[in-house]
Write a protein that binds this ligand. Structure first.
Ligand SMILES: [Zn+2]
Length: 68
């Protein structure tokens, strides 16, 4: 099992239907889902934040940075 966790949750994330913590059967599945989530969030959220997947041992963290 691999966990994907949001490092921080901005307002747009809280308003979205995504969950802050999700679990997947394996790393490939988790990576794919996390990357797709980042693309979607980077395109459809407020554009003030940038989301990026990072590996952290047995989990994946979606990091959030302010744009600009
Ligand atoms: Zn935001």
């Amino acid at each position: 099992m691999i966990t994907v966790e949001m490092e921080k949750q901005c307002g747009c994330f809280k308003k979205s239907d995504y969950n802050a913590v999700q679990t997947f059967a394996n790393k490939d599945e988790a990576l794919l889902a996390a990357s797709e989530m980042c693309v979607d969030m980077n395109e459809n959220f407020c554009q003030k934040h940038n989301f990026q997947v990072a590996e952290d041992g047995e989990k994946l963290i979606i990091k959030m940075q302010m744009n600009g």
